[in-house]
Design a protein around this ligand. Sequence first.
Ligand code: IMP
Ligand code: MG
Length: 186
Amino acid sequence: MKIQDIQNEVVREVVSEQDIDNKLGEIAKLIEKDYEGKDLLLVGVLKGAVMCMADLSRHLSRHLEMDWMAVSTYGHGTTSTGVVRILKDLDTDIENRHVLIVEDILDSGLTLSWLKNNLSTRGPASVEIFTLLRKPDALKIHVEPKYVGFDIPNEFVIGYGLDYAEKYRNLRSIATLHPDVYTQKS
Ligand code: IMP
Ligand code: MG
């Protein structure tokens, strides 16, 4: 789905499809260099990171493995609560593995901080974070991602995996929603 398909629900495009693709290509080159000679396990955070995982992994000109975790930071609202629960754990034993967490967005940082700590207790060779988006003004806890796609303003965004009430994940770019959408009942 493109912005034009939902024009009256969107205020503005924040990151275009082309900019996402270019950035993933750039970051993939850094990852190839940083992990040269090392095995690489990408851990995607469901469901938001599905698009990032699909596109970042295909930009990587090397072997890798993928695994997935699902965590819940709560509800259908537009702000996170900090309560993290594992809904689906990894299938892989990450002991001695080089783990790169793949996330869609770093907002308060509570999810990624928790996740990085959790994975670090499992004896990996390393745990680092890739996040496509970061909202510097929303950070509540110190989290240092190794790779960041775009710093964006502290506004709720949708698209490219990011949802509002489970919708808009299939939007090709990243956009801000019209406030009317939040107040509508579906
Ligand atoms: P945290 O606040 O950094 O813990 O982010 C928790 C999760 O909230 C992210 O992984 C996203 O799934 C979701 N989230 C945070 N900000 C947004 C947003 O602007 N749009 C959609 N989802 C968001
Ligand atoms: Mg997420």
